[in-house]
Design a protein around this ligand. Sequence first.
Ligand code: HEM
Length: 450
Amino acid sequence: MISAIRNAVMTPLAVLTVWLEGLWGLLQVLALGAKAAMGGKAKLAETFKQPATQRKVFQVLRAFWPNLSLKRQLVKAYDNSGTVIVTRSDDCLDVLNRNEDFEVVYGSRMRKLTDGENFFLGMQPGWDYTRDTSAMRLAARRTDVAEIVLPRATELAGELVAASGGKLDLPAQLGLQVPWDMTDRYFGVGGPDAATMKEWTTILFWYLFEDLPADPELDRRAMAAAKGMRDYLDGAIAARKASPTETPDILNRCLSLQSAGTPGMSNLGIRNNLLGLLIGAIPTISKASCYAMDELLNRPDMLARAHQAAVDGDDALLANCIWEALRFTPHNPVIYRRAARDTVIARDTLREVKVAKGQMVFAATASAMFDRYAVEAPNEFRTDRRFETYIIWGYGMHTCFGAAINEAVIPAVLKPVLAQKNLRRARGAAGQIDTGPTPHPQHFRLEFDR
Ligand code: HEM
């Protein structure tokens, strides 16, 4: 009885709060838009690229148009006939769970990169997906994270921060270097050199996931990078077979699986699986590390808490500070799928929307993590949330293959930086994230007292 009364009071209150927040968000978006418009088109685009602005836009959508269907194609890189933006947590998770209704789209570009076969992120449920993920899970074992990946990332990050002399360009000197080193030592395929592998993976990640306008110049660069990577991997596999080693790396594990006759582990299968893994591994960890650091630097009280956690060796608290920072500024604000058939989202609710076959569906995970119906006090920066609150590397069948690596390596990258005294941004533009012409941080200069 008490809970019924409580529900009768709380439910309308929650709805009212969401509406009021939506109205407030709308006013803020209009004000921000008007101010930015005075600075021209570029300024306007820049403003709406900011996570804080996007949060306000999503706040409005969640209140008034939780599932918004548009004729407009926001993604040009993959065939589609319009866009549906999904902003509530339940609906985002539903979309990412319904593989038969909402398919992954990356297959066409994946095939261009491998010059033939698909990679498992571009696959629907079925034998090919099971074969490749099963083999690669045996090659990249969960236990490797604690035994191999984390100790090395911790050691290297510590050395790089110590050598920086109090002036650290986070992506260039640390964020890209630590995951590159992982691909070199643990994957066993670090490329001809670090700079080339970092460049290849940045271009290819951008091409697969972030090239919304389908830029022909990027296509050209991606084809060149993919050819370079394929040739390199073919050579690396042949060389390892010619001169075997005992190193416990992913390449050797794949070759052992090949010797045992494991399906999918032909030379070509190994090459394509490594290619897909490499693309996901380097620019992502760097970008997420930069975003988390940026968010913490914007919040002096939380920066102080993260600093203390790093100094005290309180790894659980440190990680919570980082995940919460990534809730505010996630690496992926949206995960997109395409409707494989005519269907409906949020059936029999006031927010029900029809989705036509061919429409692209944006599961706005950045919005889902601020949905008041799913997340308590969503606008507060808290360090006591359960990890399940975070949708920071996908959800459902295609949840990031590197999730356990991310959970270990991102804190390992940031811990020695956060432990420094008087950590601050460098002055002026240098202390802000600079992506250059890419969607990935190239420079972000920090300083600390030695
Ligand atoms: C902060 C770092 C990372 C972020 C933010 C991230 C993000 C994501 C996201 C959002 C997805 C799902 C994409 C979708 O459903 O459309 C995904 C899948 C994937 N990621 Fe990551 N990733 C990161 C690091 C890594 C690393 C280190 C690796 C390699 C070890 C990796 C390899 C993959 C692969 C292979 C998939 C496809 C999984 C599948 O289809 O089953 N990622 N990642």
